[in-house]
Design a protein around this ligand. Structure first.
Ligand code: GLN
Length: 535
């Protein structure tokens, strides 16, 4: 049976619970333990797939096709294990299961209640992760004190009772603010949050206290006394510049040792060589690269989380300092504005998206990149945009479009496949998850990946319309990746261009800090070459 670590947050949200959890997972994995991670979210949506990126940031996609919380992206990037359908559950999903069971009559006439029926379902989802793992890390979304998270915390309290102290650990992430006027770090919010947790019947075993400034023993003593946590288990998690330094700080603070001691498992040596190299590259860049991301969700800092991460990984391996220029596609239609915005930009990325707003700006920017030979990378909607732009401006198909944006378009170069035409429910019905893709020999795509077949994750409804394959290819756009049966276009590229590639899938979900995704790696490299050329 796996040992369970539960990560709960207190005081305020946005303390980086996902990164803290991932970092603990990272240290355990690096010690050679088999680790699985899971996020339980208290909201009522069945999954975040139906939520706007403005609300919830990026929707992460797993290999097995679930639309999940973006924290799963951190898990995969830190522990380098694929997550899946069991790695994320929401209150919506849990209630849905309970209600379906009730309708089927599974509860044999009983009154169905939060305790035990909802809590049993939560416990079941946690225990489901036991198999083949040494450690299961379960992160609870939200903050202690939220009404919504109560059933989850109650389920954890029961699990401690069911499995015993030796098999379960509570890690509590809190905040110790620095109050300028007093010139002091304040422990009261942490004390109160821990009281709140104890009120529910949970005594934290380890405290991770986020703070802007490092704190001394006096503060540790105070926190330990009031929260009932042994001093050595009060860990100061200070702010870092690079998130990948968090596990190194935890290691310095001997957090890995505390966890091993607690569970009475062997503390094994960790080899940080590749991880340190990656951070070292970030801190000592040899080039600077300005990359424009042109999308409509640019105002939300988490909307393109995995793309940002992939660019960071790619910049690190290319020893470049990354500067991301965010361009709101709803605000740039005219060439003069585009020119101004793109002055100094070395490479352009058009990410995924939904709906007609901002489309014109993206088409214009794709045109600009094509004509001015600036490295271009289109992702999902970004590929559809590249095709629309090429159809309109090179193939002469006036007003060519995707039927998503203009149902009556004369030239529907992007359209729905038959199986997507009659969808009644929008949740969970897109083309989702990993699909194989065959690469055409002697293309940029094949050169980048260095193999004939790849697997990448999808999340979209619309596809390249094969009726236009002939004209698009004749005019010089290369279809360099397709589904194995050649029915679905997955990658397009341009020949007479230093670097122009666009993909129907989302390569950003498979990038890892020490093993960047190949297209991102090549894209950043092309951007560096472009910037050197300008000099
Ligand atoms: N809106 C497009 C589609 O549904 C693209 C989706 C995306 O970029 N993820 O096909």
């Amino acid at each position: 049976m796996a040992k369970h670590i539960f990560i709960i947050g207190g005081v305020i949200s946005s303390l980086g619970k996902g990164i803290a959890s991932s970092s603990i997972g990272f240290l355990l994995k690096k010690m050679g333990y088999k680790v699985a991670m899971q996020k339980l979210d208290p909201y009522l949506n069945v999954d975040p797939g139906t939520m706007s990126p403005y609300q919830h940031g990026e929707v992460f996609v797993t290999n097995d096709g679930s639309e999940a919380d973006l924290d799963l992206g951190h898990y995969e990037r830190f522990i380098d294990e694929p997550t899946g359908k069991n790695s994320n559950a929401t209150s919506g999903q849990i209630y849905d299961r309970v209600i379906k069971k009730e309708r089927r009559g599974d509860y044999l006439g009983k009154t169905v209640q939060v305790i035990p029926h909802v809590t049993n379902e939560i416990k079941y989802l946690i225990r489901k992760m036991d198999e083949d793992n040494d450690f299961v890390l379960t992160e609870i979304g939200g903050t202690v004190g939220d009404i919504e998270s109560l059933p989850f915390l109650e389920a954890l309290r029961q699990l401690r009772l069911d499995l015993g102290r030796e098999e379960t650990m509570f890690i509590f992430l809190t905040y110790v603010p620095y109050i300028k006027a007093a010139g002091e770090l304040k422990t009261k919010p942490t004390q109160h949050s821990a009281y709140k947790l104890r009120e529910i019947g949970i005594q934290p075993d380890i405290l991770l206290c986020r703070s802007e400034l490092p704190f001394d023993d006096e503060i540790v003593d105070k926190i330990a006394l009031f929260t009932n946590v042994p001093k050595k288990n009060v860990v100061n998690a200070i702010d870092v510049n690079v998130i990948y330094e968090v596990p190194l700080n935890f290691y310095e603070s001997k957090l890995h040792q505390r966890v091993c001691e607690y569970f009475n498992v062997e503390e094994r040596p960790i080899d940080f060589t590749d991880w340190n190299q990656m951070i070292d590259n970030m801190k000592n860049p040899e080039h600077t690269i300005n990359i424009a991301i042109c999308g409509k969700y640019v105002t939300h800092k988490d909307a393109y989380k995995s793309i940002d991460a992939s660019l960071i990984h790619a910049a690190s391996i290319n020893k470049a300092k990354l500067n991301i220029v965010r361009i709101d596609s709803e605000k740039i239609y005219e060439e003069s504005v585009i020119e101004k915005k793109l002055a100094g930009v070395d490479a352009i990325l058009v990410p995924g998206g939904f709906g007609v707003r901002g489309i014109l700006g993206k088409v214009e920017i794709a045109k600009y990149a094509r004509e001015n030979k600036i490295p271009f990378f289109g992702i999902c909607l970004g590929m559809q945009i590249a095709v629309i732009e090429f159809a309109r401006n090179v193939c002469g198909l006036e007003d060519a479009n995707s039927t998503e944006f203009d149902e009556m378009t004369k030239y529907p170069v992007i359209s729905l496949m038959e199986d997507q035409k009659y969808i009644e429910m929008i949740g969970g019905t897109m083309r989702l998850g990993a699909y194989p893709c065959k690469l055409k020999p002697n293309t940029l795509a094949e050169k980048i990946y260095g193999k004939k077949e790849i697997s990448e994750r999808h999340r979209h409804r619309y596809e390249f319309n094969n009726e236009f394959k002939k004209i698009i290819e004749e005019k010089g756009m290369v279809i360099s990746g397709t589904s194995p049966d050649e029915n679905l276009v997955e990658i397009v590229e341009l020949k007479d261009h230093p670097f122009y590639i666009a993909v129907q899938f989302h390569p950003e979900f498979q990038s890892r800090p020490v093993n960047p995704q190949p297209i991102f790696k090549a894209f950043v490299k092309a951007g560096i070459e472009h910037s050197l050329l300008k000099k």
